[in-house]
Structures are given as structure tokens and as C-alpha cells.
Write a protein that binds this ligand. Structure first.
Ligand SMILES: [Zn+2]
Length: 298
């Protein structure tokens, strides 16, 4: 009499083992010198992570957080069991000619000195703009330096345009004082789910298997506002949220594809290496999103 139940359970098992897993990562850090509400936003973001029992990693860019208050806010991430990684001090773009390899590497080291003031930090590096070098010398120069300095992987697999949605949200709020920004919730969630789905499919094509994903997000207003809903929507869509160190244990993050320009998401990079068609470059840009806001009148 329990046969239907057993059959149903058996059907569930392969589904469960196929579940997609992902870790959230946040770049930059809130800058109290530029944002009077930095502490409130940091608290909101950390509360959403705590309420949903999600552990994450903050890749802090020194110039944004190099103040007593800025470092206090970064310190809160550690206190709540998250990790803090290195995002460079000056948020340099490795593809700009005026940024020499030497200057780029000293900027990573300068941020190490700042992070050393924290009780602990994790030796992972997140390339600003996901730009990993447009020449072989730069790409290999930074890779070798990071490896010689004991860094583990810090790439993303799912790239998105949360920074652009945030920009549009803040511009709209400035123009519509007193009005509820809830109208941004659905478009934003739809965007993140769409990008997660896209990179999951691209990963299957490029690696022939399910990988553990790392999603790129930023410490901004839109995430402070909607992270609760984003996490609920990801779970609803079948994603299991895991801590970043678990995701980074996936061998895919050890890959160093010899593409040029190097960078973007690791999945994009592997797909590019294999010559998979229809890859966008830059992979995520406001030009793919702008029409959506224009159509919505936001
Ligand atoms: Zn950044």
C-alpha cells in the first residue's frame, strides 16, 4: 500500500541530486563617506542573509571602506559568520592601458594591508569589472602573483547587472520622492533568475555537468531592499544556497582558460575557450537591460 509513496520518493531522489547549488557573493562594501545611509543598508543586507540562514562573502574594495566606520561595517560581515575577500584597493580595471601590471599588483597588496586590520580575511581575489587581463603578460602576471601569494579562487559563474538595476532604482527614487519602489521588485528578481538560468545552461554546455555556482552581487540599495525576496525566489526556482567556500571547492574554479581578453564569468570564459556561439561581450552590460526600463516607464 506504500508503493505509490515509495515510487514518488524514488522520483524525487534524482531531482534532489540534480538540484542546482549556488553561493551569493557581494562586491565593494558600503562607503559611509559617499552614502549617509551606509550603516542602515549594511544592516538590512546582513539581516536578510541572517534571516534566511545564508552565509556569503564580501569582496571589499579598500577605497570604499578605508575609514573607521567603513571598516566597522566590513567587520560586521565577519561577526555574522561571513567571509571577507580582496577586491583591490582602488577598484582598478586591468584592461586600461594606463594601469600597469606593477601598479595593479601593488594595489592588491595595498588592500591586503587594510584587510589585515580585520580579525581575519580570506585570501580570495575578485577582479574589479571581472577584467582579468587583455594581454597575455597581464593575465598571466596577475594569475602567477595570486597563486604565489596563496590565493584561492574568487571568480563568479553567474554574472548579472544588479549594479544597473540599482542605478535605475536610485534615479527613480530621486525623481519620485515618497513613492514606493516596489515596482522594481519583480523586474529585478526576473533579471536575476534569468541570468542564473542562462549561466546554468551555459555551464552544462561548457563543462558537461552541473557545477556549483557563485552569483555576483554588489553592496547596493537594490540588494539591501530586495535580498529577502531574491533569496526566496531563487529557492522557489530550485536553487539551494550554499556557503561560498563550498561552491569554490568545485574544480571548475581551478580552471584558468587561456582566452583574451580574459575574465567575465568562469562559465563564459570556458564557453569562449570552446568556441560556443552567441556569447555577449561584455557578457553583462546596461545595453541589454535599458529597453526593459524604458518599456516599463521606470
Ligand atoms: Zn567592484
Amino acid at each position: 500500500m506504500f508503493k505509490p509513496l515509495i515510487a514518488a520518493l524514488a522520483l524525487c531522489l534524482p531531482l534532489a541530486s540534480m538540484a542546482q547549488r549556488l553561493a551569493l557573493s557581494f562586491d565593494d562594501g558600503y562607503d559611509p563617506d559617499r552614502l549617509p545611509q551606509a550603516r542602515a543598508l549594511n544592516n538590512q543586507l546582513l539581516k536578510a542573509l541572517k534571516d534566511n540562514e545564508v552565509k556569503s562573502i564580501l569582496f571589499a574594495a579598500g577605497a570604499r571602506v578605508d575609514s573607521q566606520e567603513g571598516m566597522n561595517l566590513v567587520g560586521q560581515w565577519l561577526e555574522q559568520g561571513h567571509q571577507v575577500g580582496n577586491h583591490g584597493y582602488s577598484h582598478l580595471n586591468l584592461h586600461q592601458d594606463q594601469v600597469s601590471l606593477d601598479r595593479y599588483l601593488s594595489d592588491i597588496e595595498r588592500n591586503e594591508d587594510l584587510l589585515a586590520r580585520l580579525p581575519s580575511w580570506t585570501r580570495r581575489y575578485r577582479f574589479p569589472y571581472l577584467k582579468e587581463g587583455h594581454t597575455e603578460a597581464r593575465r598571466d602576471g596577475v594569475r602567477q602573483w595570486l597563486s604565489a601569494h596563496g590565493y584561492g579562487p574568487g571568480a563568479v559563474s553567474i554574472d548579472a547587472s544588479d549594479w544597473y538595476y540599482d542605478q535605475r532604482l536610485r534615479a527613480w527614487m530621486a525623481q519620485h520622492p515618497g513613492q514606493s519602489p516596489q515596482v522594481f521588485r519583480q523586474p529585478y528578481i526576473r533579471h536575476l533568475l534569468d541570468r542564473a538560468d542562462y549561466y546554468a545552461r551555459l555551464a552544462r554546455q561548457a563543462t558537461g555537468r552541473e557545477i556549483d555556482h557563485v552569483l555576483l552581487l554588489h553592496t547596493n540599495t537594490i540588494n539591501a531592499m530586495f535580498l529577502d525576496d531574491v533569496i526566496a525566489a531563487l529557492r522557489e526556482a530550485g536553487w539551494t544556497l550554499i556557503p561560498p567556500q563550498e561552491a569554490y571547492a568545485d574544480a571548475v574554479y581551478q580552471e584558468a582558460p587561456d582566452t583574451l581578453p580574459a575574465g567575465e564569468s568562469i562559465v563564459w570564459s570556458l564557453a569562449r575557450k570552446q568556441g560556443l556561439p552567441n556569447l555577449r561581450y561584455p557578457a553583462e552590460s546596461e545595453k541589454y537591460e535599458k529597453h526593459l526600463f524604458d518599456a516599463l516607464g521606470l
